[in-house]
Design a protein around this ligand. Structure first.
Ligand SMILES: Cc1cc2nc3c(=O)[nH]c(=O)nc-3n(C[C@H](O)[C@H](O)[C@H](O)COP(=O)(O)OP(=O)(O)OC[C@H]3O[C@@H](n4cnc5c(N)ncnc54)[C@H](O)[C@@H]3O)c2cc1C
Length: 381
């Protein structure tokens, strides 16, 4: 596979009026609304490094390169791409950018779009477009690469990605704080942690079910990842120990957490002001039913809610329930955004109207994919 082959496949599909299902490694195709396509265009085989400039902390790879491959290449220069989306490192960077998938490290390093310097894609007309650049300070004016990030393959097929890397931390340790006190005490503790000088790589709150599956605790738990050089981590650890009773856990817990919900039926993301999560997390974590996993990133104001099929239609119920979801009130701003990532096919029309219903989104789709041949249906178009 090459950019030219992608151009040829798209032009051929356009001429035949046949829609294309875009794929990387095909691990997350059940996410998004069902796609109505006759053919598959896989980027899986289009992998490898195009250029790597360790001195500039920049890496350009083909879209089919997996996160595991990127990790291996960058580790040779003591660098890394701090991107840990849910799922596994076997996923491709093209799919990660197309779905804007993020994980716990986003607390400190930002979202996929923040690690993306530029990309190449082929739109639905078969035009090759280069957006952004290959150097860290290059972005001027409207950045098309950010438009493609999270567009779920509906505006173009990503063929190449340029990424901003970081130095690999010398020390990277993870600590668990058990949240087994009453709501009020847990809320107080979370406020104290948030207001402390700690700058954790990741700060996640897990409900009882994932904490138990990961073998960390039988109660909700807080996971804090501290990284950097030894003095920086030592100072932070000392500060943390003064606030809470901590227990060090294996670093592998993060990989296990990402892979935990492999068979989830519904995945829903809810975001609101970080302060609202600090005020209401204790109650939500304690109240989470056993078949629902809750993972809250209070620093980002994001909650991931996962429901497993359990004989009956738990996933569907969760989807419908989430569409009318209201965070417990903390007396402040009550707005929350709900993003449905994965739902049973028949639940989509009930809970989530099209995301391309407004004139601006429709105009952009029309400009980039006038024949509607790229992943049609996935955004409700
Ligand atoms: C068990 C599991 C749980 C996950 N949970 C979450 C989650 O909660 N939140 C989340 O955001 N992500 C989640 N993901 C997705 C994950 O983080 C990555 O996005 C995924 O692993 C990418 O792998 P893939 O190559 O198999 O993607 P695929 O399954 O092949 O593709 C995923 C999507 O990206 C599109 N796509 C793929 N390649 C391209 C390309 N080159 N250009 C344009 N579009 C493309 C596809 O059309 C498809 O819609 C999960 C994945 C797994 C396996």
């Amino acid at each position: 596979v090459s950019t030219n082959a992608v151009v040829a496949a798209i032009k051929e599909a356009g001429a035949a009026g046949a829609a294309l299902r875009i794929c990387g490694r095909s691990h997350w195709l059940a996410a998004g609304r069902p796609v109505n396509a006759e053919q598959t265009l896989s980027l899986d085989a289009d992998s490898g490094v195009v250029s790597y400039v360790p001195g500039d902390l920049t890496l350009t790879v083909r879209a089919g390169t997996s996160l595991a491959e990127i990790d291996q290449v960058t580790s040779e220069h003591d660098q890394w791409l701090p991107l840990d989306p849910y799922g596994s490192s076997e996923g491709t960077i093209g799919a990660t950018m197309a779905t804007a998938s993020a994980g716990p490290l986003a607390t400190s390093f930002g979202l996929p779009r923040d690690l993306l310097l530029g990309l190449e894609f082929v739109n639905g007309r078969g035009d090759v477009v280069r957006a952004g650049g290959k150097v860290v300070k290059n972005v001027a004016g409207f950045d098309l690469s950010r438009l493609l990030t999270g567009s779920w393959g509906t505006l173009g097929v990503i063929t190449e990605v340029t990424l901003r890397l970081y130095s690999r931390p010398k020390v990277d340790r993870t600590f668990a704080v058990t949240l087994d006190a009453g709501d009020e005490e847990v809320t107080k503790l979370l406020h104290v942690i948030a207001a402390s000088p700690l700058v954790p790589f990741a700060f996640e709150l897990l409900s009882r079910s994932p904490a138990r599956t990961l073998g960390i605790a039988n109660t909700p738990v807080c996971l804090i990842r501290l990284g950097g050089n030894a003095p920086v981590v030592d100072v932070q650890l000392k500060a943390l120990s003064q606030i809470a009773k901590t227990r060090e856990v294996e670093h592998s817990v993060w990989g296990e957490l990402r892979e935990l919900d492999r068979d989830a039926e519904s995945v829903i993301r809810i975001s609101t002001l970080p302060s609202r999560f600090l005020a209401t997390s204790a109650r939500m974590l304690a109240d989470a039913p056993a078949q629902v996993s809750i993972c809250i990133s209070p620093g980002r104001g994001v909650m991931r809610l996962v429901a497993h099929a359990n004989g009956e239609r738990d996933g569907a119920d969760t989807g419908v329930a989430a569409s009318s979801f209201e965070l417990p009130s903390d007396g402040g701003d009550s707005s929350a955004t709900i993003i449905f990532e994965k739902l049973p096919a028949d639940v989509w029309p009930v809970v989530a109207p099209s995301v391309v219903a407004d004139p601006l989104s429709r105009g952009i789709k029309q400009a980039y994919d006038p024949l509607n041949i790229l992943n049609p249906g996935i955004l409700g178009d």
